[in-house]
Design a protein around this ligand. Sequence first.
Ligand code: ADP
Ligand code: MG
Length: 301
Amino acid sequence: MDTRLNRSQEPASPNSDQTRVVTNIIPDSPSAKALKRQVVETNAAKYLNPEADIKIEVKHVNFYYGEKQALYDVTLPVTELQVTALIGPSGCGKTTFLRSLNRMNDLIPGTRTEGEAIMDEQNLYDSAIDVISLRQRVGMVFQRPNPFRKSIFDNVAYGLHIQRKSGQAIQETVEQSLREAALWDEVKDRLKSSALGLSGGQQQRLCIARAIAVRPEVILMDEPCAALDPIATLKIEELITELSKEYTIVIVTHNMQQAARVSHYTGFFLNGRLVEYAPTRELFERPKKKETEDYISGRFG
Ligand code: ADP
Ligand code: MG
């Protein structure tokens, strides 16, 4: 059955263009209005910089877990100082793709990557790449907040010790990172307390502070709000928007509203393939592929 919408039934008023299209791609959905508002008013979409450079150019990537192929010929630009969201149903390869950008998949035995991811004229998949310094340049925030069993201060200072920073520099950078992660005011009086005593949302902001402390160029976030309540989620989303002024961000989310709210560009994955990639507003309002339209309309996944 062809579930595509009948565009000819739409009114032709150019002024109501966004309202019309977004409402129509989610027929009968009670959240249609909310999604429309988010897509139309989202800060990220408003501040999309069409001139932005490409930070990482991913070209023709195939990825294998042993015999099992998980990514097929993925080509995608990661745009500098913008937020790229990756959406798609569970198991479509979002995490695999994200982890390929800082070679986290190398840690899994029997995996193999083909293709290229070019950052600053270097192929990140080149065997000569120093993966430890790569992971400082391309940091990661995970689905479940994973603070170390250490104090709040020591969590953020962790990577700075590895970078052999001086005590004074560590002090300053810990404070600055906690401020940037919008956590400083909540923890400044208990920096020596265990990070495990923080709420889930605070822990995730702490993990973001830990990631930015080593001054990465790119931050990868794998469903960073999956374990958080709506208020904590909102805080992280605001933080992502703020951080995108200084960091290139790639975020995996199964929450399309979140993608619409925080990202400038969106890639839609299905069965290991990148089906469609476009400015977020365009992808949600005028998807070019039927699979994309079906997915964002809630017909599967
Ligand atoms: P997503 O993040 O979109 O849910 P994943 O990237 O986690 O998808 O998974 C993509 C595919 O790769 C799935 O079929 C999954 O079962 C498989 N996969 C993920 N991790 C492993 C692994 N460590 N070993 C083997 N297969 C894996
Ligand atoms: Mg995943």
